[in-house]
Ligand binder design. Structure first.
Ligand code: SF4
Length: 240
């Protein structure tokens, strides 16, 4: 499947512990950009752009990773979101996916014709610790969304998701934190989430180790380029 990034706006505000070492803040810092200034980007209307032959720049059947340098449900973007939804509405031939830490804003951010959720929109809710899981997952479970995944990344502690896991969840993704100040991620925590997924017959993916990984009594510092590969090597993904 063709993958495309679409960042209609850039910038965000930290709201929970998982945001502490946000990769977007780190990347902006390299260019001395203020990440808290939220602005529309020059690719705002990318889903509707066509090339010289009149074809969509984003081909049919693409997976569009949406708003990865912000949060799609950010209050600062409330005035722009209707137009973004309109573009998403017009491109039912592609699949849109966004990850949010603001699922508690979902109900007030959806368009009037949303119904039970558009079939081409996938929403991922992040839960980096137990407190965020306890707060966000009941809201997520009730939200009218056709495809829902839970992201436990950066995983900051052991989390019990078991009471929410069920057929409404398309999958759980787990991983550590990257960057120079990364907090430690324990392999035991990852395995624990995997076990919960197996018990509930929910697909599980170990996406990346993060930079600071604790396994079998040893702390490993793992370079960015090996973090995904090491997770793949563990071969613990699960599909019912
Ligand atoms: S919500 Fe996401 S983009 Fe926004 S500060 Fe937190 S980690 Fe960064």
């Amino acid at each position: 499947m063709h993958m495309v990034n679409w960042n209609p706006w850039h910038g965000c505000h930290k709201i929970s512990p998982g945001c502490q070492h946000c990769y977007m803040y780190r990347s902006d810092a390299r260019y001395e950009r203020d990440s808290t200034l939220v602005r529309k980007t020059s690719s705002f209307n990318l889903p509707l752009r066509r090339n010289r032959s009149g074809e969509w720049k984003i081909p049919t059947n693409s997976m569009v990773w949406t708003c990865f340098t912000s949060d799609f449900l950010l209050p600062d973007a409330d005035d722009w979101r209707a137009e973004a939804w309109d573009m998403i509405r017009q491109r039912r031939d592609v699949h849109f996916l966004f990850i949010t830490k603001r699922i508690d804003r979902f109900a007030k951010c959806i368009p009037t014709d949303w119904g039970d959720g558009w079939p081409h929109v996938h929403v991922c809710c992040t839960c980096e610790n137990q407190q965020m899981a306890d707060y966000r997952l009941p809201i997520f479970q009730e939200a009218p969304i056709a495809h829902k995944s839970i992201v436990t990344e950066p995983l900051l502690e052991r989390i019990d998701l078991s009471k929410w896991l069920g057929s409404w969840v398309s999958g759980v993704i787990a991983g550590g934190e990257s960057g120079p100040d990364a907090r430690v991620c324990h392999y035991d925590w990852i395995l624990d989430i995997r076990r919960q997924c197996i018990d509930a017959k929910v697909p599980f993916r170990f996406k990346q180790t993060g930079a600071c990984f604790f396994k079998d009594g040893r702390l490993y510092h793992i370079e960015r380029r090996f973090q995904h590969a090491q997770a793949r090597k563990a071969a613990i993904n699960y599909r019912p």
